[in-house]
Design a protein around this ligand. Structure first.
Ligand SMILES: Nc1ncnc2c1ncn2[C@@H]1O[C@H](COP(=O)(O)OP(=O)(O)OP(=O)(O)O)[C@@H](O)[C@H]1O
Length: 245
């Protein structure tokens, strides 16, 4: 679903992300970890061509679309539909004066999704939310519910790939587990491909198959999560693990 080769992102002369190889297949979860400013979000956003100020080179294919050469129309087709972006604070992205049900119906209409009532019910069930949430306004739901609603919206629009940037870091610990549980189910039951950016190694260890560790824009270590997190080769990964509470 995601294939990256020799991706390089520069602002002027400064390389902020250099990723030789990154693959995420259907039903897989790959996590990019590293401290703030290491280039994680830049890497994620470049997969959808969403960093217009930067110079980007390399090969990026997402859902069969060559992101580097695709026409804007082709990119718009995958953004927000086959590929969903889940951010840290979903409430900020939801229009405050619109009930969630209205918002979801509008999004489905915009993307030409048929059988909206059925699709909405199915999507809410997949993220373990009660239909009653559709009557609420964004400020009337908790952070965890808002995040699960954002994921439900992605599924309703037909997402095959979720790019998640710190999806749980704005949530308290018990709610974090809910969101991670939902993402795990979606991988298993729907074969969703998940690329997760997180500085939270404890979270990553519960969900990722493979991990890329980034520092100052460079991938210093990558491999199976079980290996990298239990027996890291690179001193920087060891430092990150030692910093865990
Ligand atoms: N528009 C921009 N112009 C110049 N430099 C930028 C721009 N956007 C990001 N950067 C730089 O790119 C580097 C990588 O940033 P990025 O946001 O990808 O890091 P990150 O690992 O995701 O950090 P965080 O967890 O804080 O989001 C940082 O040094 C940042 O200052």
């Amino acid at each position: 679903m995601i294939e990256v080769r020799d991706l390089q992102v520069r602002y002027g002369d400064r390389v902020v992300a250099d990723v030789p190889e990154l693959d995420v297949g259907a039903g897989e979860c790959v996590a990019i970890v590293g401290e703030s400013g290491s280039g994680k979000s830049t890497t994620l956003l470049s997969l959808l061509g969403l960093i217009p100020d930067a110079t980007v080179s390399g090969h990026v294919t997402v859902c069969g679309v060559d992101v580097m050469t695709a026409a804007p129309r082709r990119l718009r087709e995958i953004r927000g539909a086959r590929v969903a972006l889940v951010m840290q604070s979903p409430q900020a992205a939801l229009s405050p004066a619109t009930r969630l049900g209205v918002l979801m119906r509008r999004a489905l209409k915009l993307h030409g999704v048929g059988r909206p009532a059925e699709i909405m019910a199915e999507a809410l069930e997949a993220v373990l939310l009660d239909r009653e949430i559709l009557r609420r306004y964004p400020h009337e739901v908790s952070g965890g519910q808002a995040q699960r609603f954002a994921i439900a919206l992605a599924i309703a629009l037909g997402a095959e790939v979720i790019l998640a940037d710190e999806p749980t870091s704005a949530l308290d610990v018990t709610v974090q587990a809910e969101v991670v549980g939902v993402l795990r189910r979606l991988r298993r039951d729907r074969g969703l491909a998940l690329l997760l950016v997180s500085h939270d190694l404890a979270l990553v260890s519960t969900i990722a198959d493979r991990v890329l560790v980034m520092r100052d824009g460079v991938v210093v270590e990558s491999g199976p999560a079980a290996k990298v997190l239990a027996d890291p080769d690179h001193p920087y990964t060891r430092e990150l693990l030692e910093a865990l509470p």
